[in-house]
Design a binder for this molecule. Structure first.
Ligand SMILES: *Cc1c(COP(=O)(O)O)cnc(C)c1O
Length: 369
């Protein structure tokens, strides 16, 4: 008996005490947070088809990465990989860094985002405003190695790409899929025909795909991606070594590689969207919803319209649910700046017109890019 007791040393118990406090803090944050709105849209050309967009920009840290960051911290804490006073690091130049910095501040931890030096100054400022540090790396291919170097010096590496798919509780716990299905309960067509999302870490699509099976729903999962992305190339042949055919301007999705969190087998369809169409669709979203959302939300809208056109042509009714991933303000100096688009030779007018015709007629009229 005495021997057993002596195995529990006081410093370890102090550590556990802090971990319990950190888990309390995260549970309190979750309790204070409201669910994100599911906005409903009826489009003239699609009678019998209801569109819903879940507004993930409403999270306190501004994007769907709020869910991922909360899950990654919980996962690190419950795996004994995050201790009092430990530095936290991740490689991210986007919305993940902002959400991870937000939670680091909540937990009283220091956070470093490893980013390519070319990252937009606006994003660097957002991470810094939350108390985070940005470690800028000249060669973008070196961000993972740099994050590993921080970890070797004692930092806890949250590793969004390595852990997104397993950190989220896919059976429920108000994950994004459970929240959607719950919010649909009183709608006329409560079980969606389709749920549409993009793939960055793959965490969102993995969670939705697993949850739909777990709940025995007939809803199909469509991944909307920039044309020729790593996900698109890999999904066709289930090739995990596939690489993207071209880079994309749409942030958060369209990864160059097949990331560890891409679960191809839970995805029923992939829709490829040219960047020009995604950007044009952000303008249509603004017209329909009265607010600006980022490029990946535009990608989702284009895929929704394409799926709906197919349903309409086959005489099907049903509901389609998708996501508004982050706010358009983050792209004021890029996607929403006419000068920035012109400098890249991008003219969104033809795609914008084609989308308006599609909404009015219910017919898909490619090409949109
Ligand atoms: C991360 C991200 C996505 C994709 O979500 P994952 O769960 O990482 O696949 C889409 N849009 C934006 C803006 C993102 O930051």
């Amino acid at each position: 008996m005495e021997n057993t007791l002596r195995l529990i040393d006081p410093p370890r118990q102090a550590t556990r005490h802090w971990v319990h406090g950190a888990l309390d803090t995260l549970a309190q944050e979750a309790a204070r947070s409201a669910d994100t709105h599911l906005l409903k849209l009826a489009l003239a050309g699609f009678p019998g088809i209801d569109f819903y967009f879940k507004d993930e920009s409403a999270h306190p840290s501004g994007s769907l990465k709020h869910r991922l960051a909360r899950s990654l911290y919980l996962y690190a804490l419950c795996n004994g990989r995050l201790h009092e006073g430990q530095a936290v690091v991740d490689a991210s130049s986007g919305s993940t860094a902002i959400s991870e910095a937000w939670f680091a501040r909540l937990l009283g931890l220091s956070f470093t985002a490893v980013m390519p030096a070319c990252t937009a100054p606006r994003k660097i400022r957002e991470v810094q405003a939350l108390g985070g540090t940005c470690d800028l790396v000249d060669d973008p291919s070196q961000v993972h190695a740099r994050a590993a170097a921080h970890a070797a010096r004692g930092a806890s590496h949250l590793d969004q790409f390595g852990r997104a798919e397993r950190a989220t509780d896919w059976r429920g716990n108000n994950n994004i899929a459970e929240s959607i299905i719950q919010q649909m309960v009183r709608e006329p067509q409560p079980v969606p025909a389709w749920i549409v999302c993009g793939a960055g870490t793959g965490g969102t699509s993995a969670t939705i795909g697993r949850y739909l099976r777990y709940r025995r729903l007939d809803t199909r999962l469509c991944v909307a991606e920039p044309a020729g992305s790593g996900f698109v190339q890999g999904w066709r042949t289930r090739d995990r070594e596939a690489v993207a055919q071209r880079p994309t301007l749409i942030e958060g999705i369209g990864r160059p590689r097949v990331e560890p969190g891409f679960l191809f087998d839970v995805v029923d369809q992939v829709v490829e969207v040219p960047d020009t169409a995604s950007i044009a669709a952000t303008r249509l979203l603004e017209e329909l919803l009265g607010r600006r959302y980022g490029g990946s939300s535009g990608t989702n809208l284009v895929a929704c319209l394409q799926l709906a056109s197919g349903m309409r042509a086959r005489g099907e009714r049903g509901s389609i649910v998708s996501l508004l991933c982050d706010p358009g303000e983050r792209y004021a100096e890029t996607l929403f700046d006419p000068g920035w688009l012109a400098a890249r030779g991008i003219d969104i007018a033809p795609a914008r017109e084609a989308l308006t015709r599609c909404v009015a007629s219910g017919r898909w009229l490619p090409p949109l890019g």
